[in-house]
Design a protein around this ligand. Structure first.
Ligand code: NAD
Length: 307
């Protein structure tokens, strides 16, 4: 297709100012403009976070997120629209966020922050704090996020094992289990970390049975998508002390409803779907878009094509 005008949809404002990306891409041989809903039709391609039906009229949509579970693949295919995503850039950001959660739990930083709000000088119990070397983290999903998490935790001395569909080895993981052996894989891990995309297959992958299989001192981390977890089952597991705690960046309903019990649990860290945030986000997305504009000109296959 002919690319003359590339729109940066103003919905990306949820993650970075759209004008930063438009300026970053200003040297491309096409017009790049920040656009709202009513200007979608004037573009050939749009970079966006949100889906709009008007996008079905275009040739190419680029999602600034890696997760594209909100886009209607069948409709896009029927309308002959290419969809690309932003996988491949969130390894370090999410890896560091997960390392932060683990360090908060091991060094009790979340308790200190909570105490500080109350001007309370309170030391941990003698047996609460611990260190990470030698602890096991089971990372479920070994793509960009999984590998970034493995690398960051590996540098902290954590023993990292993984779960993927094939069960084949992956660099950076000491051991890999196949999906069928998920319950066995999580059983010996102090940390279980979800890094899979949301698909029919991963919907409620972490259910009551999975939480039952975890150690009582296990912390569960979700930086994937809310619905990969049966949230009531997770809440039950936390309330019944069948696992120790959780760090959650994503939820079945976002924003997390004010009345969710997860807000007020001592051993739960809630973050507002920002595990991949960085001031360089627009640059990282920009490089994927730039690369694909070059590929289009050279008549090569798009990178990160989903549909
Ligand atoms: P990716 O495509 O690099 O990796 C996904 C991996 O999951 C691939 O290796 C794939 O083979 C594997 N996979 C797919 N289905 C599976 C299944 N049923 N069982 C086991 N493994 C399966 O994507 P990524 O960049 O690593 O992102 C993964 C997901 O994380 C995204 O789809 C998105 O939903 C989520 N995400 C969340 C944030 C956040 O802010 N919290 C940021 C980026 C990505």
């Amino acid at each position: 297709f002919e690319l003359e005008r590339l729109g940066v949809h103003d919905s990306v404002d949820a993650v970075f100012p759209p004008s930063e990306l438009a300026t970053h891409l200003a040297d491309l041989p096409v017009a790049v403009d920040v656009i709202g809903d009513d200007e979608i039709a004037d573009c050939d391609a749009v970079v966006t976070i949100e889906y709009r039906e008007a996008l079905l009229e275009l040739d190419w949509i680029h999602s600034i997120q890696a997760g594209v579970d909100r886009f209607p693949f069948d409709d896009l295919e029927a309308a002959n629209v290419i969809l690309t995503n932003s996988t491949g850039i969130h390894d370090r950001t999410v890896g560091e966020t997960v390392a932060g959660y683990l360090l908060a739990f091991s060094r009790r930083l979340h308790d200190h922050v909570a105490n500080q709000q109350e001007r309370r000088w309170e030391r941990p119990e003698w047996d609460e704090a611990f260190t990470l070397p030698g602890k096991t983290a089971c990372v479920v999903g070994t793509g960009t996020l999984g590998r970034g998490v493995a690398e960051t935790l590996g540098a902290l001395g954590v023993r990292v094992i993984g779960v993927r569909r094939s069960g084949d080895p992956v660099p950076g993981f000491e051991e890999i289990y196949a999906n069928d052996d998920l319950l066995e894989a999580v059983a010996d891990a102090e940390f279980v970390i979800a890094t899979v995309p949301l698909t029919d297959e991963t919907h409620h992958l972490f259910d009551a049975e999975a939480f039952d299989a975890m150690r009582e001192d296990a912390y569960f981390v979700n930086v994937a998508r809310g619905p990969v977890v049966d949230e009531p089952a997770l809440i039950d597991a936390l309330e019944s002390d069948s696992i120790e705690g959780a760090a959650l960046d994503v939820f079945e309903a976002e924003p997390l409803p004010e009345d969710s019990p997860l807000w007020s649990m001592d051993e739960v860290i809630v973050t507002p779907h920002c595990a991949a945030y960085t001031r360089d986000y627009f640059r990282d997305v920009g490089e994927i878009v730039r690369d694909n504009v070059g590929r289009l000109e050279a008549d090569d296959e798009f990178h990160n094509r989903v549909v």
